[in-house]
Design a protein around this ligand. Structure first.
Ligand code: NAP
Length: 312
């Protein structure tokens, strides 16, 4: 960190994860910035790969504001993201540490990955902490009047590899299901965030104070199922599962995810404007079809794994 940088320095959080890695690698590719990545494990494979690609790696932890203040020294900008699914309710304090550090450091531009309050959208009926906490963090950053832009990421295409892999059933076909009904589900690949964040950093006056919704596709789930079926050559169907049934599945986060889909089904209309703006900001946004095609081998391997292929 003692080296004098001629290019503005941007500190990237979550650079070993989905969103931050897309941002860090895009900023490195642009060559206009010195890219500093903060991680709890500077020796991890992903951190070493970032270093090999030209990033500066610094150790730090969202639980420790002093480490964040150190990492932000001399920075022009910060890309911030917090991870609810590892830390749960602690996400608020961690995000607050990030925002407070950005405020105290006087950085020129914070781009923070937040989400709308699903609790507010449902008039308090359907709390969704991983969204509601991020909305509270966005409000907190706005209350401090720090120079910031907020990014709202939708459901990732990549969730079909993690949270919602299609499962083979007794009829030989594959199914995925949740309480989204026929309401279009906004989605995107986390990989497509980087160019959008890079553009926002390069045009601060245009985006300062704004919330940008990133959306690559906005279709009913049965259309996503049809696309997967066509590209992968197997039959995949979407099944609507009612909120109360999904909430009772008993896995950690089942109720929260049930509420998330229910809010989207009932209260989130088409995201056409976000689709148009996203493709305008990043013409390389992947359609769901192009993403499935590019990941066809990995998808077919997943579907053929015994744990997914077994009849249920
Ligand atoms: P991810 O791939 O799950 O990786 C988590 C990242 O957070 C890692 O880079 C990790 O870095 C970093 N991290 C975690 N705890 C940290 C700590 N205490 N201090 C410093 N860094 C820490 O990340 P992601 O998927 O990009 O982001 C997760 C967030 O995305 C969640 O909050 C989720 O709600 C939100 N989100 C997800 C979706 C979706 O569809 N999946 C959609 C919208 C929003 P190290 O391990 O290297 O320290």
């Amino acid at each position: 960190m003692s080296q004098i940088q001629t290019r503005p320095t941007i500190l990237v959080f979550g650079a070993t994860g989905a969103q931050g890695s897309s941002v860090a690698y895009r900023l490195l590719k642009n060559r206009g910035y010195h890219v500093r990545c903060i991680t709890r494990n500077p020796g991890s494979e992903k951190a070493l790969a970032l270093e090999a690609a030209g990033a500066e790696i610094v150790g730090g932890d969202l639980d420790d504001i002093h480490s964040l203040l150190d990492a932000m020294q001399g920075c022009y900008g910060v890309f911030g993201v917090t991870n609810f699914w590892e830390h749960f309710e602690k996400e608020f304090q961690q995000g607050k540490n990030l925002i407070d550090a950005a405020h105290q450091s006087g950085i020129a531009h914070l781009i923070f990955s937040s989400l709308p309050s699903y609790s507010d959208l449902s008039s308090g009926q359907l709390p969704v902490p991983h969204c509601d906490i991020k909305a509270a963090l966005e409000n907190y950053a706005r209350s401090l009047q720090i120079p910031a832009t907020f990014i709202h990421m939708p459901f990732f295409y990549e969730n079909f590899f993690s949270f919602f892999p299609p499962q083979k059933e007794a009829d030989g076909n594959y199914y995925f299901g949740f309480p989204q009904g026929n309401t279009p589900l906004a989605m995107t690949s986390a990989e497509d965030l980087g160019p959008i964040v890079a553009l926002i950093f390069s045009c601060p006056t245009l985006y300062m104070g704004r919330t940008v919704g990133v959306v690559g596709e906005d279709r009913p789930c049965k259309e996503y199922a049809a696309i997967m079926s066509r590209v992968l050559g197997v039959t995949i169907r979407y099944r609507h599962i009612q909120r109360d049934i999904f909430a009772g599945f008993g896995f950690p986060g089942a109720e929260e995810l049930a509420n998330m889909f229910e809010v989207q089904r009932l209260y989130i209309p088409r995201r056409s404007q976000h689709v148009m703006e996203s493709y305008g900001m990043n013409p390389g946004m992947q359609s769901f079809e192009s993403w499935v095609l590019r990941n066809k081998t990995q998808f077919l391997e997943l579907l053929n794994q015994p744990e997914y292929a077994q009849e249920i």
